[in-house]
Design a protein around this ligand. Sequence first.
Ligand code: AGP
Length: 613
Amino acid sequence: MCGIIGVVGSSDTLETLLEGLQRLEYRGYDSAGVALVRQGETWRARVATGTESVAALRIECKNAPGEFHSGIGHTRWATHGAPEAMNAHPHVDCSGNVAIIHNGIIENHGEIQEQLESRGHIFTSVTDSEVLAHLIEEFRDQGLELVEAVRQSLHTVRGAFALAAMDCTEPDVIVAARRISPLVVGTAPGVTYLASDVPAILDRATAFYAVNDDEIVRLGPEGFRAIDLEGSPVRLRQLQIDWDLETAEKGGNDDFMSKEINEQPEAIHATLLDRRRRDGSIIFDELRVSDEELRNVKRVVLVAAGTSHHAALVAKYAIERWARVSVEVDISSEYRYRDPIVEIGTLVIGVSQSGETIDTIQAAREAQRRGARVVAVSNIVDSSLAREADAVIYTRAGLEVSVASTKAFVAQVAALELLALRLAQLRTTMPPEDIDALFLGLNAVSAQVATCLERREHVRDVAKQLLGSHDFFFLGRHVGFPTAMEGALKLKELTYLHAEGYPAGELKHGPLALIEPGVVVVAVATDPAMHEKILSNLAEVKARGASVVAVATDDDEAIEAVADFVLRVPATEPMFTPMVDVVPLQLFAYYMATGLNRNVDRPRNLAKTVTVE
Ligand code: AGP
């Protein structure tokens, strides 16, 4: 997840770019750069400091030449290529005339680069994005206008992009395009802007427009015109923006938590992008553990805390079911105090959104000390856990600001289940066609999550009816159990009400004594194999006066007999249900918390990252 910005026709181009990049830093900050363009000259500055790159870029630009009325800027969240200056955007073509910035992933960048290099192009980075500069260069060399050169280039690439291109031989023009990654255009008298989102240009532009997938926009000082990939004119939808800056940084949402809940389809999509070769093999290009080692893994131990622990619990079911490897899941803060046994062939996976949770870092260190290979699953590039691990798999959920983790959870489950499929591939524990089917199913989860988000009003209504409740049980079986645990954690940390996640089968071994009128039982009831048992568990609690809320699939009629409230979700592969079923539970906790006037982004007593033991 990166941030892009551009301006044409400005009298303070550099300041516009730097201020905008500062507002885009939440999208990534391991490196940053700008390109200023005027007739015959493309001036570029790029820095990579890991954290304060935009501040460093401002210093780097102290000696920038004046009198540039157009330029583009980028702040990076590295997905391909280390966060070093050579990989920072903007990238240029062989001539140095064409400069591009890009947010997204060009899935077929490898084959494109090979073709371009065979035609003599010299690459200066190890990113996927640079192919765009050289593709545009080739079409410009054929005499095409910049907008046409970009349009032709986009017929070649697969994947996600929000990009902007400039060429100093066609000054005061920026050509931008979008597919999946967000992009907005802004206008003011005599100046036109583009950015990944509204906050970056909120205090400069006076009108804002959304760019849709496969739309290309040519920006000039006088305004813009838009076309589709076939070259036909399109009209951009104008956005009604009456936000102040703080609201804008939340994408128009009331708070970061609802923004991040809404970003879950993109978080899953981005995490799964570019993870499979044409031959079907699943790849983690940042994973530095050999196939041989993965093939010979004898045992997997997952260490994590909080929400990440719940994602790790889901991974246990997937790895054991698909790859037939035994899996243990430890709470990080417990792992190193239990004198763990680490044998040859033990793979320890540290799961952490921040990559800075000291409990998980210490657990990973203990595992390494005892001879285990450690893989980090982290959402922050170059986090401490990622740096210390032997290998890393990055989730690509983008920065998560709200203390309550939401989009990171679904991205972790997606990444871990993908790893489970990779292990199954290497150990040939499943037919390739079954792995392919699961991979495709995993990629369909984004849309199923989006469907759940469209049903938020019903969840809000259910929460409103239960606002006075004080005791909650969240129940689930199989992967529905970690999902229930996650739902309980969300409710606890957001509303400060008592909630417990429990295996549904355990209720009769004690907790059933707590069930009485006024207690709310929330059940995850979407797995067909567990459905009958869940129904009987719900009948038991209903008979004792509990109010029952059930997460159930659209086609489930039997649930109506045992549930007072039903939160409907699309049916999906049982192993994928945690990513789908968690959405109504997140929304339930959110609406209960807002109903109680809680601060959903900063709950009391908590911190986003727990760096103390
Ligand atoms: C989840 O909503 C909480 N904020 C908390 O449990 C969190 O998941 C936990 O502290 C682990 O954080 P990490 O993923 O950054 O390691």
